[in-house]
Design a protein around this ligand. Sequence first.
Ligand code: GLN
Length: 287
Amino acid sequence: MTGHAATVAGLLDVATDRVGRALGLDKREARLEARVLAAHAWQVTPAWLIAHDTDVATAPQTAAFDALLARRLGGEPIAYIVGAREFYGRRFEVSPAVLIPRPETELLVELALARIPPDETTTVLDLGTGSGCIAITLALERSRARVTAVERSPAALALARRNAQTLGASVEFSAGDWFSDLTGRSYDLIVANPPYIADADPHLARGDLRHEPVAALASGADGLDELRRLIDGARDHLRRPGMLLLEHGYDQADAVHALLRSGGFARPRCWHDLAGNPRVSGAELSK
Ligand code: GLN
């Protein structure tokens, strides 16, 4: 790239510019990404990078960094390159087999936690667990909760199990398509962040989404196919009053509330994410 040996700080500066321009990130985000890539390439901490910024990078260091940088410049999500993403203060392993955990989903976790008393045994079901981020967080934050997580993709299920083990969470995992393997079982609380993007939505062809499993994102012509199936099935698997909490698209709250009402749920409510978008809806079964 530079043709002569560069310092650590010099490499990071060049990478910051390139990442910023290629991905349309502001300087602060681009610098953060450059640091994350370098730390991963060299297996060092962010503090090491600061302490060693005037060191001249070795040829192998430069090559390892350039290889990761090229992947990022090609649009690969940084979480897949480093193999991890932070969620609710914990590090989750991720791979292209799972959706990358999103900060919006922390809202769903907060709402669920508010409904799981710390000192009681509550049964909780997380449908479509992906990386396991929701189920594992709930299990770790509420040691008395009994958390079950369902996932139909074997690769995702294996990864979720690994995350639970690494993080020391006790979660019962089950392979299945929503409720297919849960005949006769019911829960106090059911949560899900299902696929909710319309099949033809151009966002699927942009940014990180291009690289994520389409089955975790897309859900029919109006994006509501899986939410419909889920709301349909939930009724038979909730203990009364039982609560269903669902993440959905910013423009789907009205449609989801209509589905909830016709599915036998009372007084649906909606909560907004930090960006101010309606993001999670919930309701209890009507009497
Ligand atoms: N439950 C996982 C998450 O929230 C996966 C969701 C999905 O694949 N749609 O990240």
